[in-house]
Design a protein around this ligand. Structure first.
Ligand SMILES: *Cc1c(COP(=O)(O)O)cnc(C)c1O
Length: 369
């Protein structure tokens, strides 16, 4: 196996010396989980940073998806995208909900709002879009469809930490949004996640559900699960929040270098910034037209790998191609032509705050040839 010189991502870590006093404090208090002081502080700090009214912390980014569906009592069928990380669809499956896949738009790689209506049946209760690579979905059009048919909208915003459209946080869209604070994301709490909602009553229900349904010492109001975040990760999250803006700015600089180096390479397409959007530069996908570029996506992927540069083919294969889902009617190739094409032509280049300029140059040189 080739030596890995450059990984696709690298976690944003708080300063260890700064972290130690927090650990000492937690050790002394012996309050290590169950809505402790750092948990409460982080919820408050994230509400302010993300400009959202209510947020509930979770132990990862998959549980908030599952709990969002429970909170809104979603059943039957949910319209979603096959071009995402598997957790999006798995959360439906774990709730006994049938996923109905709709094709994506090539420009954003997000669910195509123009294809949603045709997928609605009497059993449809919700839409679960994903802001893929942190690029905002067409939330206005999706909301209009949801309102017309009385559907709920739950956004998987795992990639969209800090993304704003015209100064408004993207995670205020729809009924709820979920976030992931996994090590690979723009902002991490080692593992972690959150569920964003719009009113106090809903937040209360989410908080019951993530704590086994306990509403009091002896009162269980719902069949909840254990999704709680602990004090160590909450404190770590507070420290990382202080440096996330700086990290996003460094990612932006890297994106500019990649774009300048790759924009004019024939057979390679890149994504530019969208007007009015504050991006988070969570990923840097490029799309290869093999005929023009002279090399397939996989050939380029393995060539980079041979040079010690480990990229990822996010998202290949499509979720609809995995054994659990490929038998579904909506998984058929004819239903998802754009998603299939993108999945077969995309490769995400290394992207993280501390990626060295010379590494970026080396990656560009290999792609340009
Ligand atoms: C990372 C991710 C998740 C899952 O988050 P975890 O924190 O790893 O559980 C869900 N959806 C998408 C789109 C993701 O990228």
């Amino acid at each position: 196996m080739e030596e890995i010189k450059i990984t696709v991502t690298s976690p944003l870590l708080p300063d260890l010396e700064e972290f130690i006093p927090y650990l000492k404090d937690i050790w002394e208090s012996k309050w290590i989980t169950n809505n402790g002081k750092y948990h409460q502080e982080l919820e408050k700090a994230l509400c302010e940073y993300l400009k959202v009214p209510y947020i509930s912390l979770f132990t990862n980014g998959t549980l908030p998806l599952m709990v969002a569906l429970q909170t809104l009592r979603i059943t039957g069928e949910v319209i979603t995208t096959p071009f995402s990380f598997v957790a999006t669809t798995h959360s439906l499956w774990w709730n006994g909900i049938k996923p109905v896949f709709v094709d994506i738009e090539s420009e954003t790689c997000n669910i195509d709002p123009n294809k949603i209506e045709a997928a609605i049946t009497p059993k449809t209760t919700a839409i679960m879009p994903v802001h893929v690579y942190g690029k905002p979905c067409n939330t206005k059009q999706i909301q209009e469809i949801a309102d017309k048919y009385g559907l709920k909208v739950i956004y998987d915003a795992a990639h969209a930490f800090g993304v704003e459209v015209n100064g408004e946080s993207i995670i205020n869209s729809g009924d709820m949004s979920t976030l992931s604070f996994h090590a690979t994301k723009v902002y991490n709490t080692l593992e972690g996640g959150a569920l964003v909602c719009k009113d106090e009553e809903t937040k209360k229900r989410i908080d019951y559900l993530k704590n086994f349904g306990f509403a009091g010492e002896t009162t269980v109001v719902a069949p909840g699960i254990n999704g709680k975040m602990d004090e160590v990760r909450s404190a770590y999250g507070l420290l990382n929040l202080k440096q996330v803006d700086n990290a996003i700015e460094k990612r932006r600089q890297i994106a500019i270098k990649y774009r300048n180096g790759l924009r004019d390479v024939s057979g390679i397409s890149i994504m530019e910034d969208m007007p009015g959007v504050r991006h988070n530069y969570s990923y840097f996908p490029i799309f290869i037209d093999a005929e023009i570029y002279g090399m397939t996506r996989d050939e380029l992927y393995f060539k980079l790998k041979k040079n010690g540069i480990h990229c990822r083919r996010y998202f290949y294969p499509l979720i609809s191609e995995f054994p659990t889902y490929r038998g579904l009617d909506s998984s058929r190739l004819e239903n998802l032509p754009k998603a299939n094409k993108i999945a077969n032509t995309v490769v995400c280049l290394p992207m993280y705050a501390d990626l060295e300029e010379q590494d970026v140059r080396e990656i560009i040189n290999i792609i340009v040839r």
